[in-house]
Design a protein. Sequence first.
Length: 360
Amino acid sequence: METRLACNIRAHRKARALTQEQLAEMLGVTVGAVHKWEAKLSVPELPMIMEMADFFDTSVDALLGYELRDNRLGATEERLWQYHRDKDPQGISEAEKALKKYPNAFNIAYASARIYHGIGMETHDRAMLCRALELYGKARQLLPQTRNATINEQSLSGDIAQVWFALGEKEKAVDMIRAQNADNHYSAVIGELLATELDRPDEALPYLGQGLMRVFNDIIYTAVGFASVYRARRDHGNGQAILEWSMRTLRGLKQADKPDFIDKLSAVFCAYLAAFQLDAGDADAARESVDRALALARGFDAAPDYSRLNVRFISEGERTGTAYDILGATALQAVENAIKDADSPALTALLRERQDNIQR
């Protein structure tokens, strides 16, 4: 544990406007001794530290810069995570102390593993990476202790696979996450490793397709969730931005220039977008968005196509299957439901006006 003794001696000396020579004379030591203390080249004996503390009217603890730390389990764990966040190498020695004090605590084992893992990855230190594997193994044995729902057998396998990969054991890393790929959680990673590291592109393709489909679904749920949050906060700018970004991304995944399920989703997003635009006072933009939503809905309803979303980049074998949703039986109903959910009389009136305009 590093002390602040050198800095504190210098600070107390300067606070009393003393030179090193004057302090040396008062303490009965050489100028060289004072210089070495302040330069961290040597440390005074304990009796001399006590004498200086008395001379400077302070305590030995204060002169050393020592502060009594909270070493209870929770506080120790938080310190370890701070070392990890700061990429502080001192975390290594602190982790080992904590492991001795709390040898059977999951949080300590896991935080320590992450410290070794992070520093070992950045420094390419095999010994540290191997120590990380040991600690992840210990954390796995203690896993029932955790109450953090984001840490489980699957996530730990991902951490361990990263270490194996850093150690050059690429096949072992892929096999580990492939065995823990529930709900295609690691499909994108598996596909990337197979394609770029193991030179097996044909084997990688189905995994990349599964990963893309997972991303596709995540974009939809994330965009709708963000839009709801921003609507509640009346944050019109971010609400429009997330919907516009989502629609651009979805359009980029269309397989062909023909109506498909992506158009049904885009029609709903256009309806949500119109609500933000009306709230922001931009009636012209809202009108354009409603017209766009209706056009997309009409195009899709004329020839509904729910076959695996027709998403680009998905291999032929991955296209089988049918998409289901709760948006509405038709795209037009989905748009009407979205506008109803917006709870905006002005938007409802605008929808009726644009529908009447189409029917004329």
